[in-house]
Design a protein around this ligand. Sequence first.
Ligand code: GDP
Length: 335
Amino acid sequence: MMAARDMLPDLARRVRSGDRGAVARALTIVERASLDGELHAPAAAEEAGVQALLAGVIRAHVVGITGAPGSGKSTLIGHLAVHLRRQGRKVGILAVDPSSPFSGGAVLGDRLRMGLPADDPGLFMRSLASRGHQGGLALSVFGMVRVLDAAGMDLILVETVGAGQNDVGVLGVAHTVVLVFNPAAGDEVQALKAGIVEIGDVMVVNKSDLPGADEAYRAIMSVLGLSPEAPGLWRPPVLQVSSVRQSGFAELADAVEQHRRYLDSGPAGAQRRRTQAEWELRAALLAALERRYLGAARESGLWGQLVEQVAQGRIASYQAALRLVGDNRPGDPTP
Ligand code: GDP
């Protein structure tokens, strides 16, 4: 058996050289370790090896793509990836959606490979089972982005569903957030009301071959028009895209590139990196807390007792959590 220190550089080195098997292995290790919050003995040496990839400034441009289920995100990502590959860019795809067609590999088979060699070394795709707790999920996304970055991807597309609180956590990884809307779905109006547009850097009216696309475009434009325009501030473009008509992908790729340049050329880029670091650290903290307290509490039986007490309404969950972390002050009950 190989000593741990011999394993470490090897896996990291193979990922850096773009070895597909090594990248796949590293992604699996990162996902499992982040979600389970536990080390697995047989893989411990490799896990430590992957650690070597988990620090450093992310060089790839990370694009979060979010929208309601059925809004056509997966289809759009497939076409966008083909477009980017034709430009010679290396593309990584992470789908945080168990219902995504990416999960079954169908999209890869049918669409992604259109015009691409069967085993394109410049394209890497993985879907994440969104099991486990949110801290672990977000942490695994950050870790997997870092693995794909180490493997030399130029762009990493992260697909997430909706734009709820949890998705915002996952989207914390993105340099550029693309919001995907549908014509006549009514979700524009809902999203606009909920202030979701605020997290978008690029707005897409998808399936623009369907009726209602112009109305959706105008609705989004009018809401964006309400925010004050200032020199040096990014104004999200609104694009019409259709996979059926194969239209809008050049414009979308261009808008993402423009936003990357905007981030690189002013204070917004550094600010975005700090925000990303804050999300990543927060996700890591949640995972570390679970790792530290959950296992021990389960073993000692305290976990089971507290679950029972919370279930019976005898103790507030936050008070129970304070007991788990050894803080027994009758303190602040607000989380
Ligand atoms: P996701 O759940 O957001 O990933 O959506 P999918 O990519 O799975 O697409 C949902 C449905 O919309 C599928 O039946 C697609 O064939 C269809 N769809 C995707 N893009 C377009 C488009 O540009 N135009 C039309 N008319 N349908 C589309």
